[in-house]
Design a protein around this ligand. Structure first.
Ligand SMILES: [Zn+2]
Length: 99
């Protein structure tokens, strides 16, 4: 495999992305351009998301069930009371999406 940036030789490297996750990646010996397989990258992103998951307990809100978002997540995602979001159900997860 050759570097897509300069055509140099790619060397296989282990790349530590943190959270105890190590990825097989390729780095150009000439220009240090890094190439990681897209499938590998997707798998890593999924693992990272799982490692960064936050546990919360569902609460009772009226006759329904509520989910209290940790302040840190609310701040990071710029969520505030009254803001409308979309809830998408997937096989084993709920996705809360900004509208
Ligand atoms: Zn290169």
């Amino acid at each position: 495999m050759k570097c897509t940036n300069c055509g140099g030789k790619l060397e296989k490297v282990k790349y530590d992305v943190g959270f105890g996750i190590v990825v097989d990646s390729y780095t150009c010996s000439n220009c240090h351009h890094n190439v990681t397989d897209e499938k590998t990258l997707d798998a890593v992103m999924e693992k990272l998301r799982e490692r960064m998951a936050v546990r919360v307990k569902l609460v009772k809100v009226g006759t329904g069930i509520g989910l209290r978002l940790p302040n840190e997540i609310a701040r990071r995602m710029k969520l505030r009371q009254g803001k409308e979001v979309e809830i998408i159900t997937q096989a084993d997860r709920l996705v809360i999406k900004e509208k």
